[in-house]
Design a protein around this ligand. Structure first.
Ligand SMILES: Cc1ncc(COP(=O)(O)O)c(C=O)c1O
Length: 439
C-alpha cells in the first residue's frame, strides 16, 4: 500500500515554486519513475525517515558517499569537534594534510589536490592534462558521467572518430568540438580514435568502472589497455574514481583490476566516500604531472572551500573506519540482495541482469550482458518505475532511475536486508504487470 506522504507533497509544492523542478539535482525529482520525491527529515544507519515519519531502507546512500551508514557516531563526533573549532579559514589545515596522506597511501597517486565536487575534480584534471601535454583533445566514453563539465556533456558525433556534439542546451559547440565520445569496452573504437588523433589527444577519461549507466564492468584488461594506449601516444590516462573510489573495494576499482596488473593511471579523481557525506573531492596523480599545478606550475586551479576542515575531517574519519570488515560486509550483504533480486525477477518472468564490480552493483531490466551505453538503454524503464514504486511502498528507497547503481553501507544489517528481501516479490510482480500492460 502506498504510504501517506502529505508533508512531502506539500514540501514539493513549495519547492517547485522556488527551485527548478523542485530539486537541486535532477535525478532527485522522480521524473524517471513518476510521483513525488520523499523529503527526508533524518537518517540513521541504513534508514531514511521522511517528513511524514515513513521509514525506508536506503539503497541510495547519498549516491555513494555514506559507506558507513548515516550519522555514524564516530564521524558525527569528529565533525562536531571540528565545527566547534570554526568551519573554514581559507588557510592550510591539519586534516587536509592527513586526508591527502591517507589517499596517497591507498591510491596510486603521489600528490592530490582537494576540490569541493566531483565535477570540479574532473574539470581540473582535464585542464591539467591539457596544460601538461600541450594538447587539446579529450576522449570519453558514452554513458560515462564525470559531472556537469561543459566539454564532457557531449554526445557522440556521427562516426566513431568524429568530434562530439553538445549533450545539452547551454553547452556551446565550441566546448565539445575537442571531445571524442566512444562506445565503452570497445578497443577497436579506441584504436581508431588514437590512430587518427593520437598526437592531439591530451587525455582519455573514463569511469574506472562505469556506474552511471548502471554498473558496467570494464572487460578483462580494458583499463590496462586504455592506460597503455594513452602511454603509447603520449596522452594521459585519467581514471575517474569519484564513484568507485573507496567504494568498489578498499582501493577502489584500481584495487580490483589495476593493483595486480602493473599499470597505474596518470591522473585519478575522487569524491563521494572520501568526503564522508560532505562536499569534498580530489584529483591526484604522478608528481611530475601534478607539479604543473599552481602555485608550483603554470596551470591555474583554486577553490575557496577546497580542503575545508569539516569535509576533510569527515572524510578522514570515514576512511579510517573503512576497514576490510566493512568491505567484507558490503560483499556479503550485496550477494544476498543480488541473488534475491534475481530470483524474484526470474520468478515473475522479468528479463534482467544484475551486474557488479566489487561491492557496487545494479539491476538492468533487460537480458545481459550490458557492455556499453547502447546495451544499457535496452533496460525497461517503465517496468523499473513500477518496481521502484512497489519497493518504496514496502519501505525500500531505491535510486529513482533505472540507470543507477544501488548503494549499501556497513549499517545495512539483517533487519534492513530482510526488509529488502520481503519487498522484492511484490515489486518483481509489479514490474511484470507493467511489462504486460505495455507489451
Ligand atoms: C564517476 C563520477 N564522476 C564525477 C561525478 C560528479 O561528482 P559531483 O556530483 O560531486 O560533481 C560523479 C557524480 O555522480 C560520478 O559518479
Amino acid at each position: 500500500m502506498p504510504r501517506p506522504t502529505p508533508q512531502s507533497d506539500a514540501l514539493f509544492e513549495r519547492a517547485l515554486a522556488v527551485t527548478p523542478g523542485g530539486v537541486n539535482s535532477p535525478v532527485r525529482a522522480f521524473n524517471a519513475v513518476g510521483g513525488t520525491p520523499r523529503f527526508i527529515e533524518s537518517a540513521q544507519g541504513a534508514w531514511l525517515t521522511d517528513a511524514d515519519g515513513n521509514e525506508y531502507v536506503d539503497l541510495i546512500c547519498s549516491w555513494g558517499p555514506m559507506l558507513l551508514g548515516h550519522a555514524h557516531p564516530e564521524v558525527e563526533a569528529a565533525v562536531r569537534e571540528a565545527v566547534a573549532r570554526g568551519t573554514s579559514y581559507g588557510t592550510p589545515t591539519r586534516p587536509e594534510v592527513e586526508l591527502a596522506e591517507e589517499i596517497v597511501a591507498r591510491a596510486p597517486v603521489e600528490r592530490v589536490r582537494f576540490v569541493s565536487s566531483g565535477t570540479e575534480a574532473t574539470m581540473s584534471a582535464i585542464r591539467l592534462a591539457r596544460g601538461f601535454t600541450g594538447r587539446d583533445v579529450v576522449v570519453k566514453f558514452a554513458g560515462c558521467y564525470h559531472g556537469h563539465v561543459d566539454s564532457l556533456l557531449a554526445s557522440a558525433g556521427s562516426g566513431v572518430a568524429t568530434f562530439a556534439l553538445p549533450g545539452t542546451p547551454g553547452v556551446p559547440a565550441s566546448s565539445t568540438e575537442l571531445t571524442l565520445v566512444l562506445p565503452y569496452n570497445d578497443r577497436a573504437a579506441v584504436e581508431a580514435a588514437f590512430a587518427e588523433y593520437g598526437d592531439r589527444i591530451a587525455c582519455l577519461i573514463t569511469e574506472a568502472a562505469p556506474g552511471n549507466m548502471g554498473v558496467v564492468p570494464p572487460e578483462e584488461g580494458f583499463n590496462r589497455f586504455l592506460a597503455e594506449t594513452c602511454r603509447t601516444h603520449g596522452a594521459l590516462f585519467v581514471s575517474d574514481e569519484v564513484m568507485t573510489g573507496f567504494r568498489a573495494s578498499k582501493l577502489g576499482q584500481w584495487g580490483l583490476d589495476g593493483a595486480h596488473e602493473g599499470w597505474r593511471p596518470d591522473l585519478m579523481t575522487f569524491g563521494k566516500v572520501m568526503g564522508g557525506g560532505f562536499p569534498a573531492a580530489a584529483f591526484g596523480g604522478r608528481a611530475e604531472v601534478m607539479h604543473h599545478l599552481a602555485p608550483e606550475g603554470p596551470v591555474y586551479q583554486a577553490g575557496t572551500l577546497s580542503g575545508n576542515p569539516i569535509a576533510t575531517t569527515a572524510g578522514l574519519t570515514t576512511l579510517g573506519l573503512a576497514t576490510d570488515e566493512v568491505y567484507d560486509h558490503l560483499t556479503k550483504t550485496g550477494d544476498v540482495i543480488k541473488t534475491a533480486v534475481s530470483d524474484a525477477l526470474s520468478d515473475a518472468g522479468v528479463a534482467h541482469c544484475v551486474q557488479a564490480t566489487g561491492t557496487m552493483f545494479s539491476v538492468f531490466l533487460t537480458e545481459g550482458p550490458v557492455r556499453d551505453f547502447d546495451d544499457a538503454q535496452r533496460t525497461d524503464v517503465a517496468a523499473y518505475a513500477a518496481f521502484f514504486h512497489a519497493m518504496l511502498d514496502h519501505g525500500v528507497h531505491l535510486p529513482p532511475s533505472a540507470y543507477e547503481a544501488w548503494f549499501l553501507s556497513a549499517a545495512h544489517d539483517d533487519r534492513a536486508v530482510q526488509t529488502v528481501l520481503d519487498a522484492l516479490p511484490a515489486a518483481a510482480r509489479a514490474a511484470a504487470a507493467a511489462q504486460e500492460t505495455h507489451a
